[in-house]
Design a protein around this ligand. Structure first.
Ligand SMILES: [Zn+2]
Length: 480
């Protein structure tokens, strides 16, 4: 029999009648990995009671992350206008960076990423990449709920001349990687939902996967009841490639081959018909909406390149479910919610667009529904105890009339006091359980310096990192 702990708090973001509710002077009782009571203090007997001065809120769910590599993008992906590739840095930055990362580097990135997610309030992530066994092991040890899809594809893009995007196709069409990814997903079926790790399928990108590979993915997802996420409509070069190959938009083509469904997630989904990005007519939003497909918006990394969703609110008005993720760096759902909200207000010219409650829903309960996990993203009896304890007495959190708007518009990551995943604290007393974060950050710095140093080897024009991505100011010259 587990012991029960009651946490009282000035605010609990509780769940009632299908939506979040603000519970003033509330209490929750946790037993094992589950919330067993939400209400007034002392309503039920607990073995121990802890009176907190916190806002207790559900942890965030990042629906799109690449933990084994994302931190390595910091410092090389900003302020770069890749005009030839219509503003995406996928073509010139990603392949050299991916080739330079060693297995040890990816492990260091993973540990830093887990800490970054927890410290910014995420308790669940949807992870896509490689080294999945290591990522799964670390998530279980430290305590981060993770849906993990091992990436696979039929080929890869590259540029040989800085002008054209070319594709190199693998001899086996990516079948070997698909089989091992499917194996990983089946090993982590997690039918009960009690394990921290759950598998899903991640065919990497719409333009690097063959029709056969995607048809096999859909068949396996149907047979084994698995979720699927693919990057699509993420750049103009990809949009143009798909219309050139098939005379169809990326979304139309995915619909043609039967890939869109209620278990399908589209990473990004920005370059759609009817947007200024494509200047191409059609009904991509209708196809997404009618098929029940979810779009995962990663606002910060795209806004950094001058690209926004047109618009977060209008997708939803068309009936498309939009969730939020973090993608590369910074891996912060706080930034994701804030930028989704602000960009939408600016785009729509309306203060009531991209409301705090809407982005908070997207980061919690709506994401959980897409994951088909009614026990996540909310604080109610029977839900998993995935909780963030926010401070209430800091510069940024005071005064607080409305805890949701305070969190969405003002909170900083160090306003987070503690993070609980499945009833255990993964972040407490400024320590992420089981990690030596300073050592991990040093390992990341060393890895990054090696990547910058070795950049000419992997760059199509053998440019140094400083030639490719100049520093903000010239280095100071020592004279005399
Ligand atoms: Zn991504």
């Amino acid at each position: 029999m587990n012991s029960t702990v009651e946490y009282t708090a000035p605010w609990v973001i509780a769940f009632q009648d299908g939506e979040h509710r603000l519970l003033r002077n509330g209490s929750i009782v946790v037993e094992g990995d589950t919330v067993v009571h939400v209400g007034r203090p002392g309503e039920v007997r607990a073995d121990r009671t802890e009176h907190t001065n916190s806002i207790i809120a559900p942890g965030f769910i990042s629906m799109h992350t690449h933990m084994q590599e994302s931190p390595a993008d910091k410092g090389i992906a900003e302020d770069m206008e890749k005009r030839q590739f219509w503003g995406t840095n996928l073509i010139e930055i990603l392949p050299p960076r991916a080739k330079a990362l060693t297995v040890d580097d990816m492990h260091a990135c993973t540990r830093v990423s887990i800490a970054e997610h927890l410290r910014t309030g995420a308790t669940t992530v949807m992870q896509m990449g490689v080294e999945s066994d290591y990522v799964a092991k670390k998530c279980e040890e430290i305590g981060l709920r993770a849906f993990i899809g091992e990436s696979y594809r039929s080929g890869e893009w590259y540029t040989a001349d800085g002008k054209n995007v070319e594709y190199r196709w693998f001899d086996d069409d990516g079948r070997g990687a698909f089989e091992s990814a499917l194996n990983f997903a089946l090993q982590h079926r997690n039918a009960s939902g009690d394990a921290l790790v759950t598998g899903f399928l991640n065919p990497s990108q719409v333009d690097t996967c063959s029709e056969e590979l995607l048809r096999s993915t859909r068949a396996a997802a149907d047979e084994h009841d698995l979720l699927m996420q693919i990057h699509a409509a993420q750049s103009y070069s990809e949009f143009h490639e798909m219309t050139r190959r098939h005379g169809r938009t990326p979304i139309e083509w995915l619909d043609d081959i039967g890939f869109l469904s209620e278990r399908t997630l589209i990473g990004h989904g920005l370059f759609l018909t009817g947007t200024s990005w494509t200047n191409f007519h059609g009904d991509d939003l209708g196809l997404l909406s009618r098929s029940g497909t979810t779009v995962v918006y990663n606002p910060w990394v795209f806004a950094r390149n001058g690209i926004v969703m047109e618009s977060y609110d209008s997708y939803q008005r068309e009936g498309v479910d939009v969730c939020l993720g973090t993608d590369t760096t910074t891996q912060s759902m706080l930034l994701s919610m804030r930028w989704a909200s602000i960009i939408t207000k600016v785009f729509e010219h309306r203060a009531d667009a991209g409301e705090a409650r809407d982005v908070f829903d997207a980061a919690t309960v709506r994401a959980a529904d897409v994951l088909r996990r009614p026990d996540l993203g909310r604080i109610q009896k029977g839900a998993k105890a995935d909780l963030v304890f926010w401070k209430t007495d800091t510069l940024t959190m005071m005064p607080s009339r409305d805890p949701i708007r305070t969190i969405v518009y003002y909170a900083e990551h160090d306003d987070i006091d503690r993070v609980m995943v499945g009833g255990r604290f993964s972040l407490e007393n400024d320590v992420v359980r089981g990690l030596d974060e300073m050592a991990d950050r040093r390992a990341l710095q060393e890895a990054a310096e090696r990547i910058w140093e070795g950049w000419p080897q992997h760059d199509w024009a053998n440019r140094t990192m400083d030639e490719h991505v100049p520093l903000s100011y010239p280095l100071f010259e020592q004279r005399g």
